[in-house]
Design a protein around this ligand. Structure first.
Ligand code: HQG
Length: 176
């Protein structure tokens, strides 16, 4: 991504996942806001985004952080504000992956994976993606999650529109 695309993507993710009030908008319960309302609010707050740039962000980046449906937009995942994305529970693959860093491991081994500031724990379908997630914080460590075992134990999985797997927590017994 170019610098402008990246910085706009990050600011939009901040607004749509964590702080819509930063530009004076509110999201509905499922995290959506009208595209027109979003663009007007961004312009009012000195962060103008054109329809073309927004289109590039939604369709043109590898991360697919945002979805647009019927004239509305939302972040596909990663929220800290309470939203109900209305995703249908999914049967997960046998194994999912989580990218983290060594300094978190002692706590993770005891507590399992917790969502922290976000509404869900984020899991990746492949170890390469998980390594990229972990690398945001340092030398990545990739954990293997016994997703099938969690599913058998009644824990629920969702898949965001961009392919990220979501679950409320991973108890330590399901980590390898
Ligand atoms: C760690 C990015 C101590 C966890 C990525 C992680 C992702 C614990 C950090 C998305 C813990 C939370 C989410 C425990 C978990 N004790 N540390 N019990 N349980 N942790 O950012 O998964 O670029 O909230 O390992 O691609 O890193 O934003 O979650 O290191 O999909 O679009 O606590 O963010 O996407 O960090 O990343 P985060 P994450 P974007």
């Amino acid at each position: 991504m170019t610098g402008r695309l990246t910085s706009t993507s990050k600011f939009l993710a901040y607004v749509l996942r964590h702080r819509p009030e930063a530009i004076g908008i509110t999201l509905d319960e499922a995290g959506w806001v009208a595209v027109e309302e979003l663009l007007a609010a961004l312009a009012r707050h000195g962060r103008p985004v054109t329809v073309e740039l927004l289109d590039q962000l939604v369709t043109g980046t590898d991360k697919q952080r945002f979805e647009i449906r019927e004239g509305r937009i939302r972040a596909a995942q990663g929220h800290s504000i309470p939203v109900d994305l209305r995703l249908a529970p999914q049967v997960p693959p046998q194994v999912l992956y989580h990218g983290t860093v060594a300094r978190f491991l002692p706590r993770i081994r005891v507590e399992g994976l917790a969502p922290g500031e976000r509404t869900h724990v984020h899991l990746s379908a492949d170890p390469e993606t998980a390594a990229r997630v972990g690398a945001r914080r340092g030398e990545p460590v990739v954990l293997r999650i016994d997703a099938a075992g969690m599913h058998r134990a009644g824990l629920v999985f969702y898949r965001a529109a961009n392919g990220v797997w979501l679950t409320s927590q991973v108890p330590p017994g399901f980590l390898a």
